[in-house]
Ligand binder design. Structure first.
Ligand code: 5RP
Length: 222
């Protein structure tokens, strides 16, 4: 199977997983990226079954609206029953690296507000130790030099993601060469740097479930 076929399989599995949760007042949190896009397309087949969605990016909101699925402002909903999103890496504890699509801040906010976080990924994303994928860090633009120097002190090699402005009007540093043995501690340390908006470690609030597409089928890891 190709990686695209694996992504399609896990998108379908995610819809099957959340179908029992869908009621007329259910709000679904929707992530960002190519796997999340396939999930949106599958979710659209059931749009009459639930109330609407909260999206983690402008791009996902636009795709949802094109399907005729309502998209709510997070501040106008009471709760999000389930959040479905992809990842750049996951370890066995379902600690994640996210933000390859620069949507990490809104993704982390929606994940924090959701009763259950279902991560959807193909098997290439499962790793023993996080850090082969460069860790995205969203920063206030004027703090770029300061944050970069602090990230070097933490052992990383930050690289400015040229030409990218997040939905929040900020910039991204991608931090290379981190071997992330304690993701929760590193997430807290990076959050403590002045000028950092969010870092792409989702360890303090990890995924609750990982649906992992493999050549032998979609596996459920908890
Ligand atoms: C966007 C993300 C995505 O979930 C992550 O980059 C995975 O994307 P894809 O499904 O395209 O591989 O965190 O900010």
């Amino acid at each position: 199977m190709t990686q695209d076929e694996l992504k399609q399989a896990v998108a379908e599995a995610a819809v099957a997983y959340i179908l029992p949760m869908l009621e007329t007042d259910t709000i679904v949190g929707v992530g960002t990226g190519s796997t999340a896009n396939l999930f949106i397309d599958e979710l659209a087949k059931h749009k009459g079954l639930f109330d609407g969605t909260v999206a983690s990016s402008e791009a996902s909101a636009e795709r949802l609206k094109k399907h005729g699925i309502p998209v709510y402002n997070l501040n106008s909903v009471d709760s999000i029953r389930v959040y479905v999103d992809g990842a750049d890496e996951s370890n066995d504890h379902l600690h994640l690296i996210k933000g390859g699509g620069a949507a990490l801040t809104r993704e982390k906010i929606v994940a924090a507000c959701s009763d259950e976080f279902v991560c959807i990924a193909d098997e290439s994303k499962l790793v023993k130790v996080l850090g082969d994928f460069p860790l995205p860090v969203e920063i206030i633009p004027m703090a770029r030099g300061h944050v970069a120097r602090e990230l070097v002190k933490l052992g990383g090699d930050p690289v400015y993601r040229e030409g990218v402005v997040t939905d929040n009007g900020n910039h991204i540093l991608d931090v290379y060469n981190l071997e992330i043995l304690d993701p929760i501690a590193l997430e807290k340390s990076i959050d403590g740097i002045v000028g950092v908006v969010t870092n792409g470690l989702f360890a303090k609030r990890s995924a609750d479930v990982l649906l992992l597409a493999t050549k032998d089928g979609v596996k459920t890891l908890k």
